[in-house]
Design a protein around this ligand. Structure first.
Ligand SMILES: [Zn+2]
Length: 57
């Protein structure tokens, strides 16, 4: 997988769209954020500490 493909897993929802679908605005419902640089591909826990990608109430 290329770095671009890896980061594409973050999804492309705008924060407002994610919220409208009941998903965490930060991670688009993934629960993790995907970051890649120079071929090092990592996933990190969502800094919003959401529950499995669901929006907080
Ligand atoms: Zn989140």
């Amino acid at each position: 997988m290329t770095d671009e493909q890896w980061e594409a897993q973050n999804g492309s929802l705008a924060p407002d769209e994610a919220r409208a679908r009941g998903l965490c605005w930060c991670c688009n419902g993934n629960g993790v954020l995907y970051t890649a640089f120079g071929g090092v591909q990592r996933s990190v826990r969502c800094p919003e500490r959401c529950q499995g990608g669901k929006a907080k109430r």
